[in-house]
Design a protein around this ligand. Structure first.
Ligand SMILES: [Zn+2]
Length: 161
């Protein structure tokens, strides 16, 4: 039971009293209006909640299905072996990154011919060895080999001649 001020005589009266025991004025008509407003608001909220309730599970199911279809990707990040595999050509097994470096260093990049690429998986990187042939500065086709260390993501770490 809370105490409120009578709107007429400002005396403290019980909030549950219908009339003021001091002056006989009706207990706070403002409170009743606010109570009515709250009641209406509450009813509106209930109605809104009830009417929107059936749509809530549907949105939930659609969101869960959409997250379920989206989850396989983050759930299965590429393994190290998959990352390594991506760095190599499926066609001739050459290493894309290392091949670029080789061609850049060549006198005649068009003469580049991939012979063989092998790689060694190390703790934190891979060592790629590529054998290739190409024309040298004297226009003679020569066999050469180059080795490079790459991260599992294909970033060049070091070229080992
Ligand atoms: Zn009063």
């Amino acid at each position: 039971m809370a105490l409120i001020k009578c709107h007429e005589c400002k005396n403290q009266i019980s909030s549950t009293a219908k009339t003021c025991p001091q002056c006989g004025a009706k207990n706070k008509p403002q409170t009743t209006t606010t109570t009515k407003i709250f009641a209406v608001l509450f009813a509106v909220i209930i109605v809104y909640w009830v009417t929107s309730a059936p749509s809530v599970p549907t949105t939930r199911t659609t969101s869960t299905t959409s997250t379920q279809t989206a989850t396989p990707k983050p759930k299965a990040p590429p393994t190290i072996d998959e990352k390594i595999k991506k760095q190599f050509s499926a066609w001739d097994g050459s290493h894309y990154g290392l091949e670029k470096i080789i061609k850049k260093s060549m006198n005649d990049p068009d003469s580049y011919k991939h012979i063989e690429t092998r790689y060694v998986k190390e703790d934190n990187d891979i060592l790629v060895i590529t054998e290739f042939s190409g024309k040298n500065a004297f226009n003679a086709t020569v066999k050469n080999s180059i080795a490079g260390k790459f991260t599992f993501d294909g970033q060049l770490l070091e070229i080992i001649q």
